[in-house]
Design a protein around this ligand. Structure first.
Ligand SMILES: Nc1ncnc2c1ncn2[C@@H]1O[C@H](COP(=O)(O)OP(=O)(O)OP(=O)(O)O)[C@@H](O)[C@H]1O
Length: 305
């Protein structure tokens, strides 16, 4: 697989405190990678390291295949944009002037692309309005426009929907999906709002106390959380024959137990099984929400702070 960002055995210690400890991550190109963890788990610490704002205590990471210890890493960081904590924008300036300022900072020679960029993030009609009069959602989208100025193909967003109202959340989600699908931008999104992430993410990494607990694709996660019907019967051989005939997906767990992954007509199944001499002993609905998967993985309870 082609990874834009990887880390192995990465550690960041603050005196005796291990904010990241033997941490690993693998972000595939084109992914929307949901980076999930409780407050204080180490998410922002990783982002600060990748952005070059801090140095790791030990271990390495790679950006576009380049190790952080190689001099070319600075060039690689130019292909990356980040909106960390509150985006750094000038409140007394318009959206357009903020973008011009960013273009100057990164040395872009022409402002021609600014109208397109404003349109891309839905701020094309803000005219002379100063940013201090923007909603939080508009400010966040301007933060993204600023991060997009250098035409990056990796965007790192730290808690992008924190504090946004429902409309702002929808606009942010649509913008992320648009940039991912139309501009092939890979996203690393840190968040603890799992429900929102699950509408976007193609991959997840669950971090706890500075460790990567699990990396999983959205498909694998969906399969792990898939609702199923656990059925206990007198003979699963007969059950599998019947389910095959009905073209229903299932998984045999033992001589008497199986999981069925479909909505079924229970009376129909009971009758067919009885006619073939197989008795149903019990039926229970099983399944795990994303939230309970996450809590099982890292445990509820206290934060790291
Ligand atoms: N400069 C620092 N000095 C000492 N400890 C720090 C420093 N920066 C972060 N920490 C500690 O490292 C831990 C991880 O912090 P980090 O900001 O990475 O967490 P986070 O997962 O981003 O959490 P949040 O969602 O609250 O932002 C926290 O316990 C924090 O107090």
């Amino acid at each position: 697989m082609d990874y834009i960002l990887t880390a192995e055995s990465l550690s960041k210690h603050y005196k005796h405190f291990k904010a990241l400890d033997g941490f690993s991550i693998h972000v595939p190109r084109g992914a929307i990678y949901g980076f999930v963890g409780k407050n204080g788990a180490g998410k922002t610490t990783l982002i600060r390291l990748i952005c070059g704002l801090q140095e790791p205590t030990s271990g390495n990471y790679t950006l576009y295949g380049t190790k952080n210890t190689q001099p070319e890493i600075t060039k690689c960081r130019r292909k990356m944009g980040a909106v960390v904590e509150t985006p750094s924008i000038y409140l007394n300036m318009t959206a357009e002037d903020n973008l011009k300022e960013q273009y100057r900072i990164i040395g872009l020679p022409s402002f021609d692309d600014i109208p397109n960029l404003l349109q891309l993030v839905g701020l094309e009609n803000t005219g002379r309005k100063k940013v201090k009069h923007f909603s939080l959602g508009m400010k966040q989208r301007l933060g993204i426009a600023i991060a997009l100025a250098g035409n990056p193909d990796l965007l790192i967003l730290d808690e992008p929907v924190n504090g946004l109202d429902p409309q702002g959340i929808i606009e942010m989600r649509e913008l992320i999906l648009k940039l991912n699908q139309k501009r092939q931008i890979t996203f690393l999104i840190s968040s603890h709002i799992l429900d929102e992430l699950s509408r976007l993410a193609t991959h997840y990494g669950f971090i706890d106390s500075g460790h990567m607990v699990k990396e999983i694709s959205a498909e694998e996660l969906e399969a792990a959380c898939r609702k199923c019907l656990r059925i206990q019967v007198s003979d699963t051989n007969i059950l599998s024959l019947v389910l095959d005939e009905m073209d229903i997906q299932y998984n045999i767990l033992s001589e008497n137990t199986a999981d069925i992954f479909a909505k079924i007509n229970i009376s129909n199944l009971t009758l067919t099984l009885m006619n073939k001499g197989c008795e149903i002993i019990s039926l229970t609905e099983r399944g795990e929400s994303l939230e309970s998967f996450y809590l099982n993985l890292i445990g509820g309870g206290k934060t790291n702070e």
